[in-house]
Design a protein around this ligand. Structure first.
Ligand code: HSC
Ligand code: NAD
Length: 701
């Protein structure tokens, strides 16, 4: 008797139900249970059909990812599917929720598929650095055609059941009572003498695929799939589906799947999958904490960040007050919001009417008294402590008890801001990333006195607005920007030591970053970085290193503020978005290096990568030492979703695990010797040192 699979006989139809919460992933117990159930039906002559369905919130969400990366126990998924395929009973998969990956493959191994109208199906393996390895690459093209199948597998996107039915992957749609409908469907099929049809029997005519089609697909995804291993393997498998008989194609697919699962790229992506989910768990927060109701939001400051932040809520139907110093400023802000939404019209995502409905959710006001009924206020005014404190004390006076008061500060002390109110327990940081309507990361800054329910409410809210929330303690720059300082520091020092702007950027781009540190500075505004640095210098929170800041300050003095002014570290002629290297900058850098007496040498790509990344890893370890991040994998999530760190490298801390923590530590110690350590840049964090000594890793998976 299986603990997770049960069989119920209804006349001549057996209903085989998988009940393995939370998502009925195909674990060892599920594989054993399904095999036993289908084998058990063989002796039962009265049973002529089997409905395979799931209890709980969803049909099978895929193979059990937690089994990957080690020896997979028990019978394989292939054995389970072959048992279903061999069955003498006509099989019907009954799909609700999401049939994903191995879940859809299981459904395709059945003779027929029925799905609830609300269900969705998909092959999202590519997001885990994998391919559909249990027949998916061979069966979906046979059912729906080569191009739609390849597009589904390369994008990993879910498809609604009605659309999947239209495409040919689902045979029937049910409105409700799925299991009853599935039994009735099975009866109907039996009564009509329907055959036990197998998707694998369909033959794809190679002539139906236009010449050069696969190479066109390769070219079209080249930029997006840069650095990833799985997409090319998926394409190869679909080529095999066209050119090989089903069984041979499936063997080919299995071999490619094994290559994917053993690839470092998949290890990195699987790490991020679990890291993202772990980030939502806060150990000292009681599970049953009652959440606060968030029905109305206010955003103070309708500039670059405020507008984007507000869009997140309006997009979910939540009304938003937009506050700024005067009406003109709000109008400007709302103009940008409207323009952003309007882009959705061009892309066919929303209609004119929906745009107006969305804009109707915004209430502009300069009167703080109007915020009395807001449940959450997010402040996004200039980065200035005095101004933020003044605003928080005004909010304290007008907001209702229990309203959550959040700041979007990038660097300021959230504890100090909280103390400007009489209710510091309601105050926390909600650090969005630019553009705030798009970037998935939300750093949630937990101040000393933040109440557990305020924190839990914002964690939940982050998921609702489509963000990945990561909790950070209070420190300069929180998790992400604090680490970014180490990255930028070494990039600048290497420039002065002889590397070129474009050489450093290329090394980091080739590593997998969306752009190098100097292209990033040009995008964000070189003046923005200089301003932040100057404030840090005034506050005495930076080491007095004459090499730091010198290049960016000279660039700003040259009137080059980055992309927005047509020149920064690079030249952007005629509004170009990709810069060209400028000999004037190279000359200026050499001049400054000579003035500072810095010896010039050749620096290779390996050194560039390790000097940019290892300080980040070291600072990440300090952040763990100080308890600013709850766990190493939270840091990885911050970097993947906030800064575009390549998911296939798993984030900086996972990358350190992959290189070997000891090797990273040794290199840091070696840089301490070879580069000098006057400013303590290369002091290894105790956390890193301990791990290196004990042979441990940041993430134990
Ligand atoms: C696959 O299927 C490979 C196959 O093609 C071939 C295999 C062949 C092998 C043969 C070799 C020769 N496994 O996301 P949530 C957990 S690859 C294990 O918060 P939601 C999740 O960790 C798989 N666990 O819920 C979390 O646990 P926690 C392809 C899984 O409602 C809990 O479930 N499938 C799991 O927001 C709730 O998850 C996918 O990639 C899994 N497959 O979203 C689908 N899936 O509570 C991945 C979930 O302990 N899953 N968990 O933190 C999802 O996209 C989402 O979870 C859902 C639900 C949309 C299903
Ligand atoms: P911004 O200059 O674009 O916008 C600030 C807005 O605040 C302006 O519209 C201004 O008129 C308004 N404002 C000023 N004083 C006000 C007051 N007393 N009451 C109401 N409104 C007032 O600035 P931004 O880039 O949107 O940054 C806002 C905050 O977000 C800062 O704390 C910044 O550190 C943080 N942040 C910025 C970024 C980014 O990339 N720009 C990223 C994360 C966080």
């Amino acid at each position: 008797m299986s603990s997770v699979v049960s069989t119920d006989i209804r006349g001549d139809v057996a209903v085989v139900t998988i009940d393995s919460p939370p998502v009925n992933a195909i674990s060892k117990a599920v594989r054993e249970g399904v095999i036993d159930a289908f084998e058990g039906l063989e002796g039962q002559d009265g049973v002529r059909a089997a409905v395979l369905c799931c209890a709980g919130r969803t049909f099978i969400a895929g193979a059990d990812i937690s089994e990957f990366g080690k020896e997979i126990p028990g019978p394989t998924l292939h054995e389970m599917l072959e048992t279903i395929e061999r069955s003498s009973k006509l099989s019907v998969a009954a799909i609700h929720g999401t049939a994903l990956g191995g879940g859809l493959e299981t459904a395709m191994a059945c003779n027929y598929r029925i799905a609830l109208d609300s269900a969705r199906v998909g092959l999202p393996e590519v997001h885990l650095g994998l391919l559909p390895g249990a027949g998916g690459t061979q069966l979906l093209p046979r059912l729906v055609g080569v191009a739609p199948a390849l597009e589904a597998m390369l994008s990993g996107k879910m498809i609604t059941a009605p659309k999947a039915a239209e495409m040919g992957a689902i045979d029937k749609i049910a409105q409700d009572n799925l299991v009853d409908a599935a039994v009735a469907f099975a009866e109907e099929l039996l009564a009509s003498g329907a055959e036990q049809k197998y998707a694998g029997d369909i033959v794809i005519d190679p002539a139906s695929v236009p010449e050069g089609y696969f190479d066109q697909v390769r070219a079209s995804i080249a930029r997006k799939s840069r650095g990833y291993f799985a997409p090319e393997q998926i394409i190869k498998c679909v080529e095999a589906a066209v050119n090989l008989p089903y069984r041979e194609g499936r063997d080919f697919e299995r071999d490619r799947f094994m290559e994917c699962i053993n690839s470092p790229e998949s290890a990195g992506q699987r790490h991020i999958f679990f890291a993202e989910r772990a980030a939502s768990k806060i150990p000292d927060l009681p599970k049953d904490v009652a959440l606060r109701d968030i029905k109305k939001v206010a955003v103070i400051g309708s500039g670059t960040m405020g507008g984007g932040i507000a869009m997140n809520f309006a997009s979910k139907g939540i009304p938003v007050y937009m506050v700024d110093v005067d009406e003109a400023a709000i109008e400007r802000g709302l103009g940008v919001v409207r323009a952003n939404y309007a882009r959705g019209i061009k892309k066919g995502r929303i209609t004119e009417e929906q745009l107006e409905q969305l804009m109707g959710l915004f209430t502009p006001t300069t009167d703080y008294a109007a915020l009395a009924d807001a449940d959450l206020v997010i402040e996004a005014v200039f980065e200035n402590m005095a101004l933020k404190k003044e605003i928080f004390s005004r909010l304290d006076a007008v907001c209702k008890p229990g309203a959550i008061l959040a700041t979007n500060t990038s660097t300021l002390d959230v504890d100090e801001i909280a103390e400007a109110t009489s209710r510091p327990e309601d105050v926390l940081g909600m650090h969005f990333f630019s553009p705030a309507n798009i970037m998935k990361l939300l750093e949630i800054v937990r101040a000393k006195k933040t109440a557990p329910d305020a924190l839990a409410t914002v964690m939940k809210l982050s998921k609702m607005i489509g963000k990945v929330g990561v909790v950070s303690g209070v420190c300069y720059g929180f998790i992400g920007n604090r680490m970014l300082e180490g990255y930028r520091r070494e990039a600048t020092l290497m420039l002065l030591e002889g590397a070129r702007v474009e050489q450093i950027d290329k090394a980091m781009y080739d590593f997998g970053m969306p752009m190098g540190p100097f292209a990033m500075a040009d995008l964000a505004g070189v003046d923005v970085g200089v301003k932040i640095r100057k404030e840090r210098e005034l506050a005495g929170t930076l080491p007095n290193d004459p090499r730091q800041g010198v290049i960016s300050e000279r660039i700003v003095e040259m009137g080059r503020l980055g992309q927005k002014s047509g020149a920064g570290y690079y030249l952007y002629e005629d509004g170009a978005r990709v810069g060209t290297p400028d000999p004037a900058i190279e000359a200026m850098v050499r001049e400054e290096a000579a003035r500072l007496g810095i010896e010039q040498r050749t620096i290779d790509a390996d050194e560039i990568v390790s000097r940019c990344l290892y300080p980040m890893i070291n600072i990440g370890a300090q952040i763990l030492d100080e308890g600013i991040a709850i766990r190493a994998s939270d840091i990885d999530v911050v970097w993947v979703y906030g800064y575009g760190f390549p998911p296939y490298r798993g984030g900086p801390m996972k990358y350190a695990d992959m290189v070997g923590v000891k090797a990273v530590y040794d290199q840091i110690c070696q840089y301490r010797e070879s580069l000098g350590n006057e400013f303590g840049y290369w002091d290894p964090a105790p956390y890193l040192e301990n791990l290196a000594e004990s042979g441990g890793s940041f993430n134990d998976e």
